[in-house]
Design a protein around this ligand. Structure first.
Ligand code: B12
Ligand code: SF4
Length: 521
């Protein structure tokens, strides 16, 4: 069998990092690890090719070569995925769709020949056999959440590595917490399942052997879901870095209770963790309590962030507007919090009720669901009736983005962060590595795009000067963030230019039924 694995294109969003990646000559942030894992699970005697349409074109001759097409994706890729499915169907090519999208969208709506819901490790053998024999079923649903020891070494030979800014490795799936709006716990469960340390090191060895020398994103739902195991892994990573003389910088996602564990933070620092994404959600404690985000309560959130930053880790934060508890002062409070936090990359989104979540169920019972959502919480699409007036909520959302991604405000946050993490005299500078890595191109492009043609030239030059003088010991980090800021500036500018769409309550009966159907699966 010739199996063609295809990853659909993402729309342009705050999360695509598109305008920052172009500075580095990269086309996408990360490769499709789900498909690379599926490829490794398929029978050895099958021939495999992978086309990630975020970094290359899908050509007719790829489709001519294939006996079967396997697609993966998130809810947000639905449109692009369905276009590819349509193209395959027109040629009589069989399609199989898997990945998180199949947990959010009804099988029939994806119009593929075969749908796989859930993790693939334990069911691929059956699917492959059925495909070979021409008797594959319409829907395969994973009966269990497989142990991670059964997950194979992903097939990196299939990707065009140089086109990505970061490589990915997954250590664990699942998260022990119970946030009401979260679909991770519905898809991957609440019991953190981890790979063996040897599996992770084998993946890193594989990346190194393939010539990778840059950042590695440990794409866990919550890296510290099992703290004891995370510590064990970090110790092994530090030892591996030493032994292999490899300076991979690690990025991951974790819960805020990381700030309570100095031993773990130190181990992460020693292992090379440089950035961490935290779901902070809201500075309003009542919003955290009502959404069951209890691990973020009964603490000073700003202090927790500063503690983590003091271990040299850049904190990226996820924030949500639109909780039932939000009053109109939430917008100012959110801006004030973000500015004080020293979190340059603050992903502020509108609450979206994803099908399958506890939030979706509650809102459905309350008759407030409008549709199944679009999987993108940084668009202005509201898929439920908020408590706050919807127009006011969207206006407030826009005002937050405008204020935090204005150049001056953004650079102020970068400076707060750099002040907390800049190496002290006598400590090794963090910029040498950056300057070595051929980032000259990014710097020149930044000077031209932001300093010559940018809308905020004055603020840019002021920041560049400060970076080259006061922050010269971490100039690389400063300029990387300046480049990232450009993406957020462009995206915010675009969003603010669009006309606000009115919410149409009552026009969503069919969508509610669709969402309910998805829910009952
Ligand atoms: C890394 C990551 C990203 C990266 C991009 C990675 C990439 N290139 O795809 C970044 C940071 C850019 C990102 C962004 C976003 N992400 Co994201 N991301 C992840 C994360 C943490 C890891 C993905 C991964 O590599 N997993 C490892 C692989 C091995 O797992 P897997 O893909 O699930 O694959 C397994 C099965 O699903 C199955 N499978 C997968 N594909 C296929 C295909 C076939 C044919 C078969 C048979 C089986 C199969 O087999 C695999 C092995 O079991 C996941 C969470 C997670 N646990 O996966 C969220 C996740 C995928 N992201 C999610 C979301 C919502 C987003 C955003 C939309 C954010 C937002 N809130 O707006 C943006 C969209 C991007 C954009 N441009 O706008 C959701 C998707 C929910 C959904 N129902 O679709 C997830 C599940 C997390 C969550 N709930 O918040 N993301
Ligand atoms: S901490 Fe994050 S991953 Fe865990 S349940 Fe809450 S939102 Fe989901």
């Amino acid at each position: 069998m010739n199996a063609l694995l295809i990853y659909p294109q993402f729309p342009e969003t705050f999360w695509s990092f598109k305008y920052a990646l172009s500075f580095l000559g990269k086309r996408a942030a990360q490769p499709p690890l789900g498909l690379m894992t599926v490829a490794a699970l398929l029978p050895k005697d099958w021939k495999k090719r992978l086309v990630d349409t975020n970094v290359e074109r899908l050509r007719d001759r790829d489709l001519d070569w294939a006996d079967v097409v396997l697609l993966s994706g998130m809810h947000i890729q639905r449109e692009a995925l369905m276009t590819i499915v349509g193209r395959c169907r027109a040629r009589g090519l069989k399609t199989v769709v898997g990945g998180p999208i199949t947990s959010s969208v009804q099988p029939a709506d994806l119009r593929a020949d075969h749908i796989v819901i859930g993790e693939a490790e334990k069911l691929i053998a059956e699917l492959a056999r059925d495909l070979e024999q021409g008797r594959a079923q319409a829907v395969y649903q994973a009966r269990e959440k497989p142990e991670m020891e059964t997950s194979p070494l992903p097939d990196v030979s299939l990707i065009k590595m140089k086109r990505y800014s970061t490589m990915t490795v997954q250590y664990s799936r699942g998260c022990p917490f119970n946030c009401e709006f979260c679909d991770i716990i519905e898809i991957y469960g609440r019991r953190p399942r981890t790979k063996a340390v040897t599996q992770v090191l084998a993946e890193l060895d594989q990346l190194r052997a393939a010539g990778w020398r840059d950042g590695v994103f440990i794409v866990d739902d919550n890296f510290i879901g099992n703290k004891a195991r995370a510590k064990h892994l970090c110790a092994a990573l530090a030892e591996w870095r030493q032994r292999s003389s490899t300076r991979f910088d690690f990025i991951t996602e974790a819960s805020l209770n990381l700030a309570d564990d100095p031993e773990l933070m130190q181990l992460m620092k020693d292992a090379g963790f440089k950035s961490i994404f935290l779901g902070i959600e809201t500075p309003d404690e009542s919003g955290l309590i009502s959404s069951h985000k209890l691990q973020n309560t009964r603490r000073n959130l700003l202090d927790s962030v500063a503690t983590i930053q003091s271990y040299g880790m850049q904190v990226m934060g996820g924030f949500i507007l639109g909780f039932d508890t939000d009053c109109v002062d939430i917008f100012d409070r959110m801006v004030e919090f973000i500015q004080k936090s020293g979190i340059p990359i603050a992903m502020v989104g509108l609450l979206q009720a994803m099908p399958g979540t506890q939030l979706f169920q509650r809102l459905r019972k309350e008759g407030r669901i409008l549709d199944a959502g679009n999987g993108n919480n940084t668009s202005e699409h509201l898929n439920f009736l908020p408590r706050m007036d919807a127009t006011r909520l969207i206006e407030g959302y826009r005002s937050v983005l405008k204020r935090i991604y204005g150049c001056e405000a953004y650079y102020e946050r970068v400076k707060v962060y750099l002040n907390r993490t800049m190496p002290k005299p006598g400590e090794p500078r963090t910029n040498q590595e950056w300057l070595k890595r051929g980032n000259a191109r990014a710097l020149i492009t930044s000077v031209v795009r932001q300093g010559v043609f940018g809308r905020q030239r004055r603020s840019y030059w002021k920041f560049l000067l400060t970076a080259a003088t006061r922050y010269r010991r971490c100039f690389g980090a400063a300029m990387t963030l300046a480049v990232m800021g450009y993406h957020f500036e462009v995206m915010t500018h675009r969003l603010l230019k669009t006309v606000q769409q009115p919410l149409l309550p009552g026009a969503a009966e069919a969508a509610i039924a669709e969402a309910e159907d998805g829910q009952s699966r």
